[in-house]
Design a protein around this ligand. Sequence first.
Ligand code: AHM
Ligand code: MG
Length: 320
Amino acid sequence: MAMITTVQGHIQKNISEASGTFGWLMSGITLATKMIEAKIRAAGLSDIYGAFGQQNVQGEQQQKLDVFANQALMNCLGTRESVAALVSEEDEQPVMFDRSLDTGKYIIVFDPLDGSSNIDVNVNVGTIFSVHKRLTWGSLEESVLQPGLKQVAAGYVLYGPSTVLVYTTGDGVHSFTLDPTIGAFVLSEENMKMPAKGPYYSVNDSSVATWPAGYAEYVQAMRDDGYSARYIGSLVADFHRTLLKGGVFLYPPNKHKAGGKLRLLYEANPLSFIAEQAGGKASSGTGRIMDIKPTQIHQRTPFIVGSKHEMELFEKAMTA
Ligand code: AHM
Ligand code: MG
């Protein structure tokens, strides 16, 4: 019988420092995402497609599954003693727990169901998470607003034809596939590397006319160079393809949205951490994503991420 490695086993083996605490925290994420995946698989059966009838703090229609996904993560992580605060895309304010510095060591930031407008059409969605250590000084608010380079772990779960979990703790990128027969995420690839160059560019170019200088020329150069286009409109899925196949994904700023659309804390930062760990790069158009010092939990940032080659071309295009 072949031996399998679960996420828990992997953490136990690879992270010496506080592996028990961190493993227990990750088990909150794997449990919640398994609940979310089960709900998604049943979506067509149980009339949970569609809007919940409320708008979230970003003024977007909340989907029923958004609400479920948020509650699943809140419940599964809130009970972990090591959690000091939970920050969700769906909640205006962080949820703070009254736990001492010794116990409540971690801050978890997450987008519970990214790309949820795609659920109705049976297209991939995902959960993205980012873990910070609570600062031993200052307020909990200050701990929540740390730059991406301070992340101690980050990852995502992609609910696709199979359910895949990808995570890093700063020691490479590892992927796991949910085996539905045993209900566990099983190691599928260790130390993933993004190809140094890829075949695709990925962007919604509907607002190309209002992109800042450099972006349109860059994307046109990709076309002229024989690149093919791919765009799903679900960040986790677009990112996962970029991680595996290489190339570049862009969500540029435009005249109406100077910060683009994507959020720094729970979209750009965790995916940048993974991209860099896999040998890729991530930029806001003006610098490295993970260097940005956040001022607000829901702040947005232009987000350009991909293979080393395409990112170097992008950086050149921005300085030209
Ligand atoms: P959401 O968090 O409300 O689901 O929005 C984020 C999604 C991303 O998954 C995706 O990259 C982007 O929105 C697509 O935006 P657009 O439709 O403007 O191309
Ligand atoms: Mg999102």
